[in-house]
Design a protein around this ligand. Sequence first.
Ligand SMILES: Nc1ncnc2c1ncn2[C@@H]1O[C@H](COP(=O)(O)OP(=O)(O)OP(=O)(O)O)[C@@H](O)[C@H]1O
Ligand SMILES: [Mg+2]
Length: 374
Amino acid sequence: MSSIPDVNVLLVDDLPENLLALEALIRQPGRRIFTARSGDQALSLMLEHAFALAILDVQMPAMNGFELAELMRGTERTRTIPIVFVSAAGREQNYAFRGYESGAVDFLYKPLDPHTVRSKVAVFVDLFRQRLELQATRDELQRAVTMRDDFMSMVSHELRNPLNSVYLQAQLRRKMLTGPEPSRTDAMLRLVDRDERQIRNMIRLLDDMLDVSRLRTGRLAMVPAPYDLAELSRRVVEAINDLAATAGCSVLIQAPQALPIEGDEFRIEQVITNLLTNALRYGQGKPVAVTVSRNGQQASVSVRDQGMGIAQADQDRIFEQFERAEGSQQVPGLGLGLFIARQIVQAHSGRLEVRSQPGAGAEFVLHLPLPSAT
Ligand SMILES: Nc1ncnc2c1ncn2[C@@H]1O[C@H](COP(=O)(O)OP(=O)(O)OP(=O)(O)O)[C@@H](O)[C@H]1O
Ligand SMILES: [Mg+2]
């Protein structure tokens, strides 16, 4: 609810001088006043705009104010618009308006007292504003609840499969160890390696979820210290290459000898690992290139793959929580990695950008400011 929209008020009177006088009385910033000279004109305006209030002159030639009110109460879109009748005191008082029960109705008597007019209008305008705010809050709440439900089902799904498989593997190991011909140690070790990888993945997933909740509550602390970005990148690539090798995929790195910088090395490592994991996940097994470079007062790390790429329409969205690009649903993932990565980079006064064309791979570039050379 950043910008409050104008609130519309409708004035209906057959006499232009009355409309002018009333309008002058209640005109205010934040209000948009519409005027109509007849019931018909008023109805068509009401079908087009949402009104906080309609002020109806009771005495009009073709369709009087009460008749207009009855028509309003009979139409879905206009039924709930509060009505204030303007009448000559004493004359129409015994005219019972049949729409009383169905909505807010009030009266103003001629000659109009400016103070009464203004305060009545203010009450209805405030009411309308509050209703709008309530509606927005309700929508927001609904979105949050839906998001929570989606999230819970995603997490359960993401954890259930690997846990189930680790469980089955454990049973298999038991059989292998206690069966008639116990397996050889090296075969056993290979299997244990695989278990460890799966368990590490689950831990990473839980860590991501923890980071998101820390980000939301401002508790994701950065601990800055000098470190070497080139050296860090080489280390991350080496670690990932051990994983990538099993998938038959290679990561090549081009980096200067050293690139001293300041920041939270552990968090930047997390960002680069994230980008590389994505490149392997969505890179369709093709080679991935990492380039570390320095550009004036800026250092950058580019991670480029030759995979499926990302449609223009998805390129902003994927940095939000739980957002994933069209067509990557068959690859497991929660849609948290880039969200966390961008927040970390921004906490370092840096930028994380994407360049991509569908089918032609994707390049993610991390820019970080270098400490000024003083
Ligand atoms: N290199 C890439 N190539 C193509 N699409 C990508 C690439 N990197 C990210 N994406 C798209 O952006 C989405 C969001 O990425 P992000 O890393 O935030 O989440 P994720 O990989 O789905 O899950 P996780 O939370 O495990 O990282 C991905 O689901 C994918 O659709
Ligand atoms: Mg990811």
